[in-house]
Design a protein around this ligand. Structure first.
Ligand code: NDP
Length: 278
């Protein structure tokens, strides 16, 4: 499987999404997030993930505008926060406008429902469909949706979610969800792909890293890509941004992929989408 940093997966509506992106959760608004996005674009990343709740959309937008990379070559994702879902459809529409304003752009590439707020996420999906119909977003999707949440949306959707961004790493594989998304043509995207920097604690990942002359983080990111899962490792350090994008000169065998899959323990780092209190 030969491919590179700017290669893309094709979403259900034909839009191309780079399979490697930069995560920005906890990258502080201002100098920190701007530097991180600037470095990432220099290194060759063409995809940045943010969210209204991260409080750093301004910095993300500024760094993209100040770079030499044309806006249309950078895939930008942002997300509608739960409070706006709770406040109803008009609040979701307003939240989108505010994200655009903070990002300083007239469209985003992907807009996501951040969490499946009970009793609210179907209405939020309808609002995203409305935004999609205006052309100010190239693709729409969801995040932290389990199979039953997706099924609820699919029952009423006139536009199918194109992406589901979920916690995904070797300790939380959720095979059934991955298969469901694949069958429905929904691209899965991995958050906390590096287990927040803890990949090096897993002996098999260390062993594979030794075999290929790579780091455990690179092994796990490569495993994402070979699964067809878009991945968005976060770093604010230049050398790690380079490391996390240096994934294209080795390939895990089918047997090694299966061994990494078998590390699954159903272990979450973040909240459970069926039981969250924010
Ligand atoms: P990651 O798994 O990407 O890990 C990030 C952490 O690992 C940071 O502490 C970083 O530190 C460190 N790190 C980065 N690269 C390396 C490396 N090569 N070796 C060792 N440590 C490293 O976790 P995130 O939770 O940030 O997930 C990635 C992105 O996913 C987020 O930034 C966000 O954009 C998105 N996300 C979405 C969620 C959702 O609900 N939809 C929830 C959580 C995340 P440092 O920066 O100092 O390098």
């Amino acid at each position: 499987m030969k491919f590179g940093i700017t290669d893309t997966v094709t979403l259900g509506n034909g839009v191309k999404m780079p399979h490697l992106g930069l995560g920005t959760w906890r990258s502080a608004e201002g100098a920190e997030v701007e530097q991180s996005v600037r470095w990432a674009l220099e290194i060759g990343y063409r995809h940045v993930d943010t969210a209204a709740v991260y409080g750093n959309e301004r910095g993300v937008g500024r760094a993209i505008r100040d770079s030499r990379v044309p806006r249309e070559q950078v895939f930008v994702t942002t997300k509608v926060w739960n409070d706006d879902q709770r406040a109803g459809r008009d609040a979701v529409l307003r939240a989108f406008d505010e994200s655009l304003r903070r990002l300083g752009t007239d469209y985003v590439d992907l807009y996501l429902v951040h969490w499946p707020v009970k009793g609210k996420y179907v209405e939020a999906w309808r609002a995203l469909e409305q935004i999609y119909s205006t052309g100010r977003v190239k693709a729409i999707g969801v995040s932290n949706f389990l199979v039953h949440h997706l099924a609820d949306v699919l029952k009423v959707a006139s536009v199918k979610p194109m992406v589901n961004q979920v916690e995904f790493h070797p300790r939380l594989v959720q095979r059934q969800l991955l298969d469901f998304c694949r069958n429905e043509g929904i691209v899965q995207e991995a958050w906390s792909p590096l287990m927040k920097g803890k990949a090096g604690e897993v002996p098999l990942l260390r062993e594979l890293a030794g075999k290929y002359g790579k780091t455990p983080s690179q092994v796990v990111l490569r495993w994402d890509l070979q699964h067809g899962v878009v991945t968005i490792p976060k770093s604010v350090r230049r050398e790690r941004l380079v490391e996390n994008a240096d994934l294209f000169d080795f390939e895990l065998s089918a047997d090694e992929m299966a061994k990494v899959d078998a590390l699954d323990r159903g272990e979450r780092i973040g909240a459970d989408p069926d039981h969250f209190n924010f």
